[in-house]
Write a protein that binds this ligand. Sequence first.
Ligand SMILES: NC(=O)c1ccc[n+]([C@@H]2O[C@H](COP(=O)([O-])OP(=O)(O)OC[C@H]3O[C@@H](n4cnc5c(N)ncnc54)[C@H](OP(=O)(O)O)[C@@H]3O)[C@@H](O)[C@H]2O)c1
Length: 327
Amino acid sequence: MNVLILGGSGFLGAAVAQACERAGADVRVLSRSGRAPAGEGLRGDVRMPRLGLSAADAARVRQETTHVVLCFGSVSWTSGPGEVLETHSSGMRSALAFLRELPALRQAVHVSSLLALGRAEGRVTNRELYTGQRFRNWYEYGKYCAERLARDADDLPVGIVRFGPVLGPDPRGGRPDTRHGLPVAFPHLLAGYPVHLARRGDFPCWVTDVSSAAEIVLKALGTPIGRATWSWFDPALPTLADVFTEVCRPWGVVPKIVEAGPLGRFTRLLGERLGTPRELVDYTEPWFDLDVDVLKEIPEPWPVPDPDYLAATGRALRDGTRRRALA
Ligand SMILES: NC(=O)c1ccc[n+]([C@@H]2O[C@H](COP(=O)([O-])OP(=O)(O)OC[C@H]3O[C@@H](n4cnc5c(N)ncnc54)[C@H](OP(=O)(O)O)[C@@H]3O)[C@@H](O)[C@H]2O)c1
């Protein structure tokens, strides 16, 4: 297997690159920085023709690549439309165009997000993508566009793997990134500030750990997934309250989770003023009703998420903070 990982220098891409390398694959990682957590690093940009590669590198990659993972672009829930659509829509289009030029391509996997389902009404499965939903932010819409493009590319062997928030210590080492997505709430809670959640956060948030997510991508490449869609989350189904409690535990902090029920539809307006971080204000109520049986569409055996990954996230944050303070 000769794998090209677009966005392979990132949090999830690094774990995928390392899992592919452990499985004996030849790994190439492309990103704008060109950093390689495993295999060969290539500097490029998915928004550019030929992925921004030199003619010589593009020819080599075209000739040798048999498998591709598309996991580029950040998970910032507060990015604007320009940045999101340039990456997740235009970038996806040009990445798919590049895939069409690979004579030996056997399988590609697009890393999608369950958040592409937005505020889907009713029970959703792997079949649905558009259900008439509204989107909470441009990230959700961008991931919807990217998955739409992957689904519509029916001339290509592209399968789709959907994840909710992926947590755990950063496979590249260092302090976990708390600038985007759900992790934005961690420093806020650790500092003793409250978050307002419906049912005090007693609803699933579809998290998983980064190692099991990477193993699922590897399984999708090798099984292979074909043109199917899989969704993966921790089968133990931790609630949002469980996630916050476990991440805060190594700090000796009990998160202040306040019932948002009485605020009703004003939660969004008031949440931020009452202290809920901006990224989280649209996620304070159950996100969508996902049929948990979607897991069964992934051939067994399934990877087992590290039983301690939530506390390990908290410990990595604590140790990274100490290291930073000592530096
Ligand atoms: N993390 C999660 O919780 C999660 C959950 C579900 C789905 N996903 C999806 O997984 C993907 C990666 O997420 P992540 O958490 O690993 O994000 P990340 O840590 O920010 O990594 C993003 C990667 O994409 C690269 N990248 C960004 N723009 C690029 C461009 N124009 N051309 C080439 N490479 C580019 C980045 O490298 P450079 O900046 O150096 O270019 C980096 O390697 C995203 O598509 C995200 O939607 C993530």
